[in-house]
Design a protein around this ligand. Sequence first.
Ligand code: VGL
Ligand code: ZN
Length: 199
Amino acid sequence: MAHKALIVIDMQNDFCPGGALAVGGGDEIVPLVNHLIDSHDHVILTQDWHPAGHSSFASQHEGKQPFETIEASYGPQTLWPDHCVQGTKGAQFHDDLQWTTAELVIRKGFRPEIDSYSAFFENDHDTPTGLSGYLKERGFGEVVLCGLATDFCVGFSALDAVTCGFKTSVVMQACRAIDLDGSLAAMTERMRAAGVHLL
Ligand code: VGL
Ligand code: ZN
């Protein structure tokens, strides 16, 4: 049987109620995520980790509001409120997340000029984070994903996991979505079509 890893996506304060880019009910999933952490032998976390003044922040674009879209050099980019700034409380994992057994924390979004939703590739869909190589070198053939947000970081990570050749599942109950203009339904359909197992 293929070696399996749980990947917990972006369970950070800024994506929970009270945070800068709060995902509705983001904190509700913490107990279930903790249960998943408990029941997997190998756990990896991702951490959205932006320098101050990151290019995905609406505050850096004159006249633009959060949740508007701009054309970046690598394609369309949604603009966000300032969030998950390196070293801030908002970038820390939720206080109740029991993450001490995690074997790897992969940070993403640290390059000022490019955003990174996926745990595998930045938003140019070309610059690798190194996670695929790490998983393969350690002999993992299967990944299970949960966390925030279903329609952005979880979804793009799941799609890229399939592209990289991993058997991929998403525990939908242990995710919450931002849901901009139907983005949750669209991402759910993309994941299904790509062969992601939606649990
Ligand atoms: C995320 C928007 C911006 C996420 C991260 O974790 O889904 N979304 N940065
Ligand atoms: Zn971000």
